[in-house]
Design a binder for this molecule. Sequence first.
Ligand SMILES: Nc1ncnc2c1ncn2[C@@H]1O[C@H](COP(=O)(O)OP(=O)(O)OP(=O)(O)O)[C@@H](O)[C@H]1O
Length: 778
Amino acid sequence: MNRERVPTSRLRPPTPVITSLEGVGGLLLPTGATGASSAERENCAPANTKENHGVTVEQRRAEAKTPPVRPGTKIADLTTETAVTRTQNQSSNDPRFPPPSLPNMFASEQASSSQLSTFMEETRRRMEEQERRLHAMIRLQQQQVAGASAVTGYGRSQGATAAELEALHNMISSQKHLIDSLQLEKAQMVNAVQTERLAKQMVEREVAELKNCLQETERRTRQLEKALEEAHSRHNQLSEEEVTKLRALERDCVELEQALAAEKRQKQRDAEEKEAEIARVRRQLEEEAQESIRRAVQRERIENLRNRLAHTESDASALRDRVRHLETTLRETESRLVQFEQKYTHLESDLMAVRSELRVAEEANFRALLESREQTIRELEEQAREDERVRRELHNMVQELKGNIRVFCRIRPLLPEERQPTTENLFQPVARSCGRGLEVYAPVDTKKGRPRNDRPPFGADSAPASSASERPKWVFQFDRVFDAVSTQKQVFEEISQLVQSALDGYKVCIFAYGQTGSGKTFTMIGDHQNPGMIPLSVRQVFAHAAKLSEQGYTFSFEACFLEIYNEHIRDLLAKESVAAADSTEPNKFAIKVDRATGSTYVSDVRMVSVHEPADVERLLTISARNRMTASTQMNERSSRSHSVFRLYIRGENHEMQQKIHGLLNLIDLAGSERLARSGSEGERLRETQHINKSLSALGDVIAALANKEKHVPFRNSKLTYLLQDSLGGDSKTLMFVNISPTLDSFPESLCSLRFAAKVNACDIGTARRNQRVSFQDI
Ligand SMILES: Nc1ncnc2c1ncn2[C@@H]1O[C@H](COP(=O)(O)OP(=O)(O)OP(=O)(O)O)[C@@H](O)[C@H]1O
């Protein structure tokens, strides 16, 4: 049986030594160890300690036993009573509180937990009692002090002697001291109680551990007992004989095992000896083999050395022969080198001579080549100039063949605000006439259900209606007809040749003619997205001038922008203040003719040098601000004046000794309203009269030029007078007739078309048609 032994130190709790405090209440104080000395115990217990004021604790305890003073007690009696009490309590050992001895249960490992609990319970109970007693003591002392004070007062009132009072005072002060010391003791007791509590907790923990150990030990004991019982029962089952046999077998087995072990040891020793023998023999054999290999190698080396010696000797003799041969060759080479050096010197001098000859020849060739190239360039330049001259001639010829006055018709689209529910397609370009023909249909008279005009107003170019219900139709022929979807670029492509003529030194006039709102300004100036003929022409002129500068031409450009309003000239490029002054001085600008050149110009007008298209676009912006517009019944922003943009082109080619003086006139004419229709009166009536007069004067001039009349009435209007140098002669004129497609504008449109058709019939330079033209009947 192997019982687990619990260490003694664990089982034994720290034993509190509980000693009795002699005297007052038999207080319990722990000393911490079983074998604490009496001195230590004295330190812990204040029983025999002397106080500073010289009164022993025992004395104070005796005094504390003093009963409360009753009223009427004499001072002498009080003293006696106190003394008696003190005597009674002199005993140092109070039999009521014997010093607690260690409980037997801790002396042995088998201490039961119930005994321990009982001990703990007893200790707690005793401590509580001690505390209670201590409190009673303190109360008693306080009562005594109060009694003494009462006695003192009583003594005073009874006339006690000074000595008696002194004695009383002393007694009271000693009582007070006793109370202090008792309170000190109380504090110490409280500490002791706390220490005791800690010890108790430790003991409780140890007890719990002991309980666990005990339980474990009991469990194992039970297991062992059970195993023992089982062994006993098995043992009892075997018979005596079997046991004997078993024992014999066991002995045999032991002997066999011993014999086996001895044999094994012997065999192991034999094997070790044999291994050692084998290793020794192997070492011997290896040594012998190495020795024989070493000898074989030495033999082979000797053989090799013999062979190499034989080879070396034959090589040496061959080398000797070669050295002899090389020495001979070297001597020959040295002599050849000397010959070569001599030759090289000769060749070098020859090469230098050849090089100098070559340089001379190359220079001659290069000069010849250069001259031939320069000649070619000159020829090409001459050719280019000749080409340019031919181009100009051909261009001019083409322009002349086309006619020096041409008319383009442009029909603008219906504007969004003009969309009508019964839009009639009045103007239809004729597809078969290569974009030159235009058919005009009379609108239907909605009231009568038949054409409004069954008789065309201008019979000369009309086709009569075949029946009463059929709409009358007029057919016009122009140099080009642009329909409503034609773009500005497409239109410009057709006039670009004419613009080119200006750069070739011709005077070119491009007019826009038509009634108010028919698209004249749009065609000439356009807007930001759709630049018109003026900006596009200027761009072309500058671009072509840049190209011609490569052929030695230098160009300069000057521009002016005028307005003719009510037969008065205004400068559209004048500064705002100047323009305002001009309006109060209508006759400031006069048209002058340069007798030498025949050119016309306006005095005092602002001429602006332009160098690039942007310069001209800036001028257009200025002029747009200055341009006078006035409202009429037909168009809120009707332009009531002619605007004339003039670009003077001056070019020079020194080599060709050529000078160019071209002039490009781009004219936006005022709206061509008939007086009856415009409904103008007053100032507006006067404007309309002036406009019609000047347009009629333009027609007269064109007619006179076409009819080769001696007198051309240029001076009949400011416009024709200003354009005198650009109309007629070899000048080139193009007129746009702008048409509004609206129903309301139909009579005016027809009127414009008739005017344009008559212009188209003219040839200002060379007569194209042998017919007389008159604008009187339009
Ligand atoms: N080909 C066109 N495509 C688109 N819109 C056009 C075209 N022609 C003219 N317009 C528009 O028609 C309106 C009238 O045109 P525009 O002012 O050029 O007429 P106008 O003949 O110069 O009139 P006015 O004699 O009163 O100056 C403008 O709003 C213009 O933008």
